[in-house]
Design a protein around this ligand. Structure first.
Ligand SMILES: Cc1cc2nc3c(=O)[nH]c(=O)nc-3n(C[C@H](O)[C@H](O)[C@H](O)COP(=O)(O)O)c2cc1C
Length: 226
């Protein structure tokens, strides 16, 4: 799902989404990677170990269909490459952003979804405090919201409100899922690791013109349903 060979002043993510979107404000130039602001922990200020009560699993599962995450169809992966929503809550902080890269597989004898989040993202500051995250891969046309959430930062505005996105509680995660038609994955962070650029193939350096590398979050898939 990783794309390479793209010019350094454009987002490596979701080129087709970019071209397809009708969102007037979205232009390729706006996809440039933002510089990380050193010491900015604005997204974490209100983060506490607040207890988030979870709903009863049995009640909610009745209306959902469980899916084997290791047997998802090709359409799931093509939509993921086009854009999906990564949603994360830590204490009082909640945000969603568009992702285009991700990996599903088995590690540590468990089904794992790995997401890659650049340090410059507001989402990163929340992920660093979170114990879990969710991924929503829409099956309805959400290109406008994907473009918006992939270019605007939760640091500056409430993307849920701006896009009219509603959330539903996670069955097993403190992070909610988006209340849209699609495949929902609820993931508990088992391991995270920042990229070590010294190990990166030089051919991929162009993807990091501002050196804001990704942190990889390996999430155990606790629930997968649609
Ligand atoms: C199609 C698409 C895919 C993207 N995939 C990723 C990704 O996998 N990892 C990442 O760090 N940023 C990715 N981005 C960029 C973020 O979504 C974008 O910078 C967003 O504004 C960050 O929001 P935040 O500051 O609220 O976290 C993607 C953008 C688009 C449009």
């Amino acid at each position: 799902m990783v794309r390479t060979g793209l010019s350094s002043n454009r987002s490596p993510y979701g080129q087709r989404l970019l071209h397809r979107t009708r969102h007037a404000a979205i232009r390729a130039g706006e996809f440039q990677v933002k510089e990380p602001v050193e010491g900015d922990s604005s997204g974490c200020r209100n983060v506490s170990a607040a207890f988030v009560p979870l709903p009863r699993i049995d009640d909610m599962k009745a209306v959902m269909k469980s899916v084997n995450p290791l047997a998802l169809p090709e359409s799931f992966f093509s939509q993921l490459t086009e854009g999906a929503f990564l949603t994360v809550r830590a204490g009082a902080s909640l945000n969603t952003m568009t992702i285009g890269w991700g990996m599903i597989g088995v590690v540590w004898e468990r089904p794992i979804f790995t997401v890659l989040v650049r340090d410059s993202r507001h989402t990163f500051s929340i992920m660093e405090q979170a114990v879990d995250f969710t991924v929503t891969v829409p099956t309805e046309d959400m290109n406008d919201a994907l473009a918006f959430c992939g270019t605007r930062s939760g640091r500056d505005l409430d993307k849920f409100e701006a896009c009219g996105l509603k959330t539903k509680p996670g069955l097993r995660t403190a992070s909610p899922v988006l209340d849209v038609r699609g495949v929902q994955l609820e993931c508990r962070i088992l391991y995270k690791t920042p990229m070590d650029p010294s190990g990166l193939d030089p051919a991929l350096r162009a993807l990091y013109p501002k050196h804001d590398y990704h942190t990889l979050y390996f999430g155990e898939i606790l629930e997968c349903y649609g």
